[in-house]
Design a protein around this ligand. Structure first.
Ligand code: TRP
Length: 331
């Protein structure tokens, strides 16, 4: 059974998905796909403003698609596709440009952050800003409006973009009459800190990530590199300040978490042993999906087949919306 509402979200292929991405963003989307009709696409066009290497975008597109497929995305409820495969997206973006005030784009957080940085460093304020970055929210509004989305699950950093999509839909409806539904952003529950190897938030920009579906020996190496304090094995340890424990709690059951918490507090367990427990847990949870993931990554034509099938289904809806918009704007 699915809820009637249409859920839509895009995932930008700008890096190899790591544990932080999975726990914070991808797993909640997989959960949501179990009982919602979902449009989910790899936002390769959005990656273009920062990545100018086709191979890299293609590789990350496959990685994300393969991860979602092998980690349990419900493919009956979900239309999974590549953003760039739908020609209607380019056309709707161009149409929406004409009802989008330039001032709205000036207020976008990501653009403003660039401008502020440029001002601080004394270079031209628009240095490094391409039009892909500047008009990023229009493309995103087109994504959302093309498929009649009701609900758009996003991270906090993307909330403003969904609000812009609502604004743009409103401007359009005011001029041309009721056409677009007004989408609602939903911001996922805070999953708590997902620490990286050095204890700071796991993030590509800190270079402290663990790729989710990397080979077992690489996973082990990374886990062993987690930075800890220098308590001896005998000493009692605070689980809530431990990267090892926090990471464990995202993969283990409630009973297992309670048991490890006790061992931290009781003392008598060194960090080396705790890391082994963490590694074995993650490794066992991921061992089955990893096999399928590795298979798909060496047979990308199977990923393409799924994405192409998704694109076919998405195109039906996209074509309908575009026809309507074109007629309203151009007669
Ligand atoms: N901009 C989003 C991000 O950087 C990705 C994205 C593109 C998206 N189009 C979307 C998210 C439409 C939700 C809806 O994460």
């Amino acid at each position: 059974m699915t809820d009637e509402k249409i859920v839509l979200t895009g995932i930008k292929p700008t890096g190899t998905p790591h544990i932080g991405n999975y726990i914070g963003a991808l797993r909640p989307l997989i959960d949501m796909s179990q009982n919602h009709k979902t449009f989910m696409f790899i936002a390769d066009l959005h990656a273009l403003n920062s990545i100018h290497d086709a191979k890299e975008i293609k590789q990350h597109t496959y990685e994300i698609a393969a991860l979602m497929i092998t980690m349990g995305l419900n493919l009956e409820n979900t239309i999974l596709f590549r953003q760039s495969d739908i020609n209607e997206i380019y056309q709707l973006t161009e149409f929406l440009m004409n009802v989008t005030p330039k001032g709205l784009m000036n207020r976008a957080h990501s653009y403003k952050a660039m401008i502020e940085k440029n001002t601080e460093t004394g270079v031209d304020i628009d240095s490094g800003v391409n039009m892909g970055l500047y008009t990023y929210p229009v493309l995103m509004a087109a994504d959302i409006l093309l498929y009649n989305s009701d609900i758009v699950p996003v991270g906090k950093d993307q909330k403003q973009h969904v609000e812009f999509a609502r604004d743009i839909a409103g401007y359009f409806n005011n001029i041309y009459g009721e056409t677009f539904k007004l989408p609602e952003p939903i911001i996922g529950e805070d999953c708590g800190l997902i620490p990286g190897l050095d204890g700071r938030k796991m993030s590509k920009s800190y270079d402290n990530t663990i790729p989710l579906l990397c080979p077992s020996n690489e996973l082990k190496k990374k886990v062993m590199r987690i930075i800890t304090d220098s308590k001896t094995p005998e000493e009692s340890k605070n689980p809530d300040e431990s990267t090892i424990f926090q990471m464990y709690s995202h993969f283990a059951s409630a009973d297992e978490i309670a048991a490890l918490r006790k061992r931290f507090l009781d003392g008598g367990m060194g960090y080396g042993e705790a890391k082994t427990i963490l590694f074995e847990k993650i490794d066992s949870v991921l061992s089955e999906p990893r096999k399928r993931y590795e298979y798909l990554m060496t047979n990308p034509s199977e990923i393409d087949a799924i994405l192409n099938q998704g694109a076919e289904r998405a195109r039906v809806v996209a074509a309908r919306t575009l026809t309507k918009v074109k007629k309203k704007m151009l007669g």
